[in-house]
Write a protein that binds this ligand. Sequence first.
Ligand SMILES: [Zn+2]
Length: 323
Amino acid sequence: MLTIPTPFPVGPVNVYLVKEDDGLTLIDVGPRFEPAQEALQEQLARRGYRLSDVRRIILTHVHSDHCGLAGMLAEESGAEVYSHPANFSLLADYAAERERWLAFYAALMQEAGMPADQVVQVDRLRRGMSRYMTPVRPTGPLKEGDTLPLGGEEWRVLHTPGHSGGLICLYQPQRQLLISSDHLLRDVSSNPIVEPPEQDGRERPRRLAEYLSQLQRVAELPVELALPGHGLFISDVRDLVARRLAFHEERARRVANLLQNGARTAYDLSLHLFPHPDPVNRFLAVSEVIGHLEVLELRGEVVSVVENGVRLWQIGTSPDDGL
Ligand SMILES: [Zn+2]
């Protein structure tokens, strides 16, 4: 495991290095960020390798702290790049796909009841994140059920959407090892951020609902040790998943309780749940509240209506249910 610095509050990212007969495989690479590139070079050098020894790059998901350096690294080393197909458009055509995502978030935050000046501020801040990414053209896909030779062992690809729609974990059944990326972190609960549909016009995925079911799936696997995308290894996967599920359940209950006194917007609910002042955290808070509302909606506990372009949530069952 290499520990690569990031400019983000989450702290350093874990990059896993696998020695192969013909060179190295890296699982994630770090952000496009000068200290990250230096750390990667230096930590490879300490083991007797150079960037040009990297033959293969596996990207667990398309967040810049994990994959931002991939373009530079692939160009320098000629390495092949593998990831889940859901990540391909953002990886290969970052500038255009990013615009689509930003337009989606602006419209979503507006509908959630966020004041216009804050929507603009969030957009500006999210736009600034682009500097930590370099586009990279993936060589091939890694999909659910694929097997992947890594360091002479067979690993299984698990597609575990939630934290991000194209997130993959890698599992080695004999040694019961799980490379869990940001699906399961020891010290922080991973935030399944709302994402646009893969194509405009399709139904929007419900990332928190997906995340909760994918957590349960991972807890059912025999796992001796999980190697996460940030922080220390995890030896108590089942207990940790139980704690995460309880945490999200408690948050969902708080959202439902806040609706007991009448209809509210997701933005308004976020002010009650998370009284943080800064815009990025406000965006993340609204996104999380939308996730809880969708989980409650799937259970038939809440419904929403759009009035004057703003979505209001309330306790109740949809008259359309069962159709
Ligand atoms: Zn992530």
